[in-house]
Structures are given as C-alpha cells and as structure tokens.
Design a binder for this molecule. Structure first.
Ligand SMILES: [Zn+2]
Length: 424
C-alpha cells in the first residue's frame, strides 16, 4: 500500500516539477524594467537598448511565471543563463505594433520608446524579445544578457508624489493590482481626481466578472500633479503641459487617446505594486485607448466615460480585439486570412474550432445572420473591418457602449485572466 502511494505521489509530482518554477529560486521581491527603443517601418525595424531599472515591488503572481495565453504582438522570454531554463514569459502589445499597420509606416521610419517588466532576478539571465509576423508566429527581435549586479541598473527612489491603496485588502501577489494615474490634473484638481477615480471604480464593479470577484482586486493611486489641466488635442491646436504627455488624434483617429511617453508612465506607476496601469485623463472630450499588458487610458468626463473605462480594460487586461468595423477597407490589410487572428474574440473562420465553436449551438448557422442575434455565433464585421472578420455575439462591450456587458467569449477570456492573476 505504501509503495502504491509513493508511486502515485511520484507520478503526480513529475509534471509539477517540470511545469512550475519556484519563484524564490530565481527572483527577488522587486521588479526589473527593461526600456528600449523600437524603430523602423512596416517591413524592417530594429530594437535598441535604452536602460535597466530596478523598481520596488513585484506584484505579479509568483506561481504563474509562464504565460500560456499566447496573446499579444510581442513576447518577453526570460531564461536562466546558467541552466537555460525558461523562467518567465509574458505577452504584450504596443503602439509601435499598431503603427506598422498604418499606411504611413510604408514610407516613414518612426521610433517608439517601450518598456517591459519582469521580476528582478537573483542570478544572471538572458532576456529575449519576440514579435509576431502576419502568420502570427513569433520571431526574435532582441536579446540581452543581464546580471543583477550590473551597476548600471538604475535604482532611483521615487518620493515626489503621494501614493495609496484605495480599494482592496489582499496582498499583491495573488491579487489583480490596478494603479490609476492622474493625467492633466493640476494640484488644485487632485480632489477631483479622487472623485473621478471613485466614480470609475464603482462603475467597474458593476460589470461581470469584476462584480463577483471584487475581493480579488486592489486599486492604487499616485497623486502625480500636472502643470496644466486637460490633454493635447492636436486637431484643435490645444497643447497642455501634463505629466504623462497624453494626446488625442493618435494615428489621426480623433478619439484615440494615448501617450508615447511610456518612460514617465512606468516611473510613476512604480510608486505602488501594479499589474495594470490605468491613466485617467482629465477631459470632457470622448476618447480612450487600451493596449495589452501596456496601459489603459480613458477620458474622465466624457459621455459614457465609465463604459469606456471597462471597454479599454478589455484590451489592456485580456487582449480583446475591438468588435466593431471601422478604419480599414479590407481584412487583408490587417490579417493573414489563412490563420486565425491571435485575439480570443475575433475569427476569420479559417480554424473556427480553435476559437469559440464549442460555445455555439448546432442549429446556429456559421457565419451567423443577424436574426440569430440572441445566440452565440460568428457575426460578420469586427476587428476594424466590415467583411471577413467575425465576432461572437451581436453586441458586446467590445463592440459598442450601448451595452455594459462582455459577450460570453469576452467574459470567459477576462475571467480566465483574472484567475491567472489571483489563484494561488
Ligand atoms: Zn465580445
């Protein structure tokens, strides 16, 4: 009997030993930040090293060091240089990855400052960055060996602004930590920032699956002060001196509100432990933006700003695609139609089994006509194009602000991600 138990235990332990990495063997409680510039055009681009920085907290899950979601335009892979084991991976996206889909990127070389974080290593590591080609396969774009003892790793202390946890009680490593940063709030407007933050958190918790998982989420704020109120609106020749340098009209889309100043964003976010960065922009103008594992932005006071808040979070947290049709003429401009897009909530039906076919009913036609609007199916028009790309439901938070819930596919993806961050 004893032998049988030992055999069972051994059999159970083997896959665990291979799939789990003991955090404390490899990492400290801090964050290592790698900043780089990526520049070029849609055909050719290069990554250039900028700086390394040690930040005070590691907030991510210690038991989920490898990311098997396979989302994002980029992947960071950290290898232990002595054993060559992969000890940390994460997918993410960036503004540059969007830029190379723009027509202008065919004729202009442009560079973007980017930044990626990982737990701070105890020993020498190799860090690889990979990028996805149109066939959605990853290829290497950058590699660097990093010693934790390198005296060039910056360790500046951040003390200028007040910071605090404003919601949640759990420790950071098994909690989703969201830091909200004020953008375009002057010293006199900090009280307004606190009110705007509360309004958005209340609205956030009205949406599932956040509503039923409130105890798994912490919210933090950093009272970072801007010189001037508002944000840049280039199309109206409005320019404001603000702490995170946000702007409307990103890639000539009026409502697309982003910032290229990722260095300032990371510096200020690092005051507190964070898994997601939310930039709340003090403006009445309609707009926002969300980039997977990068940042979220949302206008504080525009029409339906609370709904934009969670829509953008769908992008930045769960890598969800927009389910509307806008911006591009044909699907081929953005997608290789012979492979499925990597986002969970859109399909070109090239391999629908890999997507949400299991959630559809047998008698729901695929593609799905609008008269089946109450069913899960494949409704044409999504991912910025009218034809050839399909979405799971007639309507969803990722399609329009007229509904305040995620469709079942988006909901599942968000919930899975939430559990990834929060389950022991
Ligand atoms: Zn959806």
């Amino acid at each position: 009997m004893k032998q049988i138990i030992i055999i069972i235990l051994l059999t159970l332990q083997i896959p665990v030993a291979f799939s789990q990495i003991n955090y404390d063997d490899y990492f400290t409680e801090k964050t290592l930040r790698l900043d780089y510039t990526i520049g070029g055009n849609s055909d050719n681009f290069k990554v250039y090293f900028q700086q390394l920085k040690q930040e005070p907290f590691w907030s991510g899950p210690k038991t989920k060091l490898l990311d098997d979601f396979n989302f994002g335009d980029y992947k960071i892979i950290v290898l232990d240089s002595t054993k060559t084991d992969t000890i940390y991976t994460r997918g993410y996206s960036s503004l540059f990855a969007e830029w190379i889909d723009e027509k202008k990127s065919k004729t202009i070389n442009r560079s973007f400052y980017e930044s990626v974080i990982m737990p701070f290593p105890k020993h020498e590591i190799n860090v690889k960055l990979q990028f996805r080609d149109k066939k959605t396969n990853f290829f290497d774009i950058f590699e660097i060996k990093i010693s934790p003892n390198d005296y060039h790793i910056k360790k500046d202390k951040q003390t200028k602004f007040k910071s605090q946890k404003i919601y949640g009680t759990r420790k950071s490593n098994n909690t989703l930590d969201i830091v909200i940063l004020p953008e375009g709030y002057t010293k006199e407007e900090m009280e307004k920032f606190h009110k705007d933050t509360k309004k958005n958190i209340d609205a956030f918790f009205e949406v599932e699956p956040f509503k039923s998982n409130k105890e798994k989420i912490n919210f933090w704020i950093v009272d970072a002060i801007s010189e001037e109120s508002g944000t840049d609106i280039p199309g109206d020749n409005i320019w404001k001196n603000t702490i995170l340098n946000s702007s409307f009209y990103t890639f000539d889309v009026e409502r697309y509100l982003t910032t290229s100043d990722i260095k300032s964003v990371r510096d200020i976010a690092a005051y507190v432990p964070y898994d997601q960065i939310y930039i709340l922009v003090n403006t009445e103008k309609y707009g926002g933006g969300g980039i997977y594992n990068y940042y979220n932005l949302c206008a504080s006071d525009c029409y339906q700003s609370a709904r934009i808040f969670t829509h953008e979070f769908g992008h930045a947290f769960a890598a969800l695609a927009d389910e509307y049709q806008y911006g591009f003429e044909t699907a081929e401009e953005l997608y290789d139609m012979s492979v499925e897009p990597w986002q969970a909530n859109i399909t070109n039906l090239s391999d629908f089994d890999k997507k949400w076919k299991n959630l559809t009913e047998k008698n729901t036609p695929i593609p799905t006509p609008n008269k089946f609007k109450d069913k899960i199916g494949a409704f044409e028009g999504a991912g910025y194009v009218k034809k050839g790309i399909y979405r799971p439901a007639y309507n969803c938070k990722m399609r329009s602000n007229s509904v305040n819930e995620f469709c079942p596919v988006c909901y599942d993806t968000v919930l899975k991600m939430l559990l990834f961050y929060t389950e022991e």
